[in-house]
Design a protein around this ligand. Structure first.
Ligand SMILES: [Zn+2]
Ligand SMILES: [Zn+2]
Length: 374
């Protein structure tokens, strides 16, 4: 592995001293006290001698890095830092340990990492140091080598996670019916996806555990804010309602400690599902807080209904409610469709945008002995 990074000193221009030769070309330069060249520009030294004396790199013989064996986070002082892999840990440890001489303006540092074993990495550092500012161009290459030793310690977050720590619960339920096993599984995945975004840049946020409860899913979260964000996101994307309640959970660090529960109630349907209202069958296109966008399967028209339809609809199901039918007769305004499973044939008014010909198959859905083309 080989890596490069650029070091920049805190002070950009640290050299304001005497005659540099700039702006006064006629001026004769003085002699370098070190090598005698008539090129002295600073403290009686030429650029080359200056670089040799003032541009320095130091690196300890050993560098220790503490890494959490569960999540790979690296300990830095009192904090833990999420890093993508061990190479990043080694690089960060060496970057932290490298000391660039105080008079370096900028440096290009490259690392060559070699694994000795899982706990020991040999790192060769090559640094091209430049004086910067007035001493730009005074440069020197320095090399150093160190051994990075990795030790293990469970991080703050992992120890809480393993201890089942939580501050909020998001209870996901569906109105009118239980979530099926497939739906619970789908919600487990959705919740993990949502969490990936909510916990971005905040390693204190995690899912402590998930439990299947009464045809729903309970999600235990490490912070109240994470629970709130998750509940709001479900409300926004799935048209759910949310109720928050809190209870005193005990005392921690001498203060009362509360836990919040977010009761999330999903509508009886999701986007893509089929519902019936009266004699008509609709596909759900979009759900918002107070309305639902539907596609009328008979006419192909889109419409919007208030969410009070939730009280009076028949739920037909999702994709699993759709079966393959075969067009057995096309009579112009009407078509006959047979369901191959039961050989049942039904005649319907030809729906809008219907294009299948005789012998071709079409996705259909049954409702009250009637057939609807999806
Ligand atoms: Zn010199
Ligand atoms: Zn950890």
């Amino acid at each position: 592995m080989s890596l490069t990074y650029t070091h920049k000193a805190g002070t950009a221009n640290i050299f304001i001293y005497g005659h540099t030769g700039k702006g006064s070309p006629m001026e004769e330069k003085i002699m370098c006290v070190r090598c005698g060249a008539r090129e002295a520009v600073f403290r009686g030294l030429c650029r080359r001698c200056y670089a040799r004396d003032h541009l320095l790199l130091s690196l300890p013989e050993y560098v220790d890095a503490v890494v959490c064996p569960h999540c790979g986070a690296m300990k830095r002082g009192e904090h833990w830092l999420d890093l993508e892999n061990m190479e990043a840990v080694v690089r960060k440890a060496v970057e932290d340990a490298v000391a660039i001489g105080g008079e370096v303006g900028y440096a290009r540092v490259s690392l060559e990492i070699q694994m000795e074993d899982e706990k020991v990495y040999r790192v060769r550092v090559t640094a091209l140091l430049d004086g910067g500012g007035d001493m730009e161009g005074a440069e020197v290459e320095r090399r150093a080598e160190t051994l990075v030793r990795i030790s293990s310690e469970t991080c703050d977050v992992c120890s809480r996670r393993h201890g089942g720590y939580y501050e909020s619960i998001v209870q996901i339920r569906r109105r009118d019916r239980r979530l099926s096993a497939e739906e619970v599984e789908a919600w487990r995945e959705r919740v993990v996806d949502m969490m990936a975004h909510i916990s971005l840049h905040n390693r204190q946020v995690f899912i402590s555990r998930m439990e299947d409860m009464h045809g729903g899913l309970d999600v235990y979260l490490s912070t109240t804010d994470a629970g709130k964000q998750m509940a709001r996101q479900i409300a926004r994307e799935y048209g759910a309602s949310v109720k928050e309640s809190g209870s005193l959970a005990g005392r921690r660090d001498g203060r009362d400690f509360y836990r919040s529960t977010f009761s999330v109630r999903l509508p009886p349907y999701e986007r893509g599902d089929f519902i019936a209202l009266g004699e008509r069958v609709y596909r759900v296109l979009r759900i918002t807080r107070d309305s639902v966008h539907l596609l009328d399967l008979s006419t192909g028209e889109e419409m919007r209904e208030k969410r009070d339809i939730d009280d009076r609809l028949d739920y037909l199901g999702g994709e699993e409610a759709v079966v393959e039918g075969v067009v057995v007769y096309d009579g112009g305004d009407e078509v006959q469709i047979m369901e191959p499973g039961s050989y049942k044939t039904l005649q319907i008014k030809k729906p809008a945008h219907f294009s299948a010909g005789e012998g071709e198959s079409v996705p259909i859905i049954f409702y009250r002995d009637r057939v609807f083309v999806v």
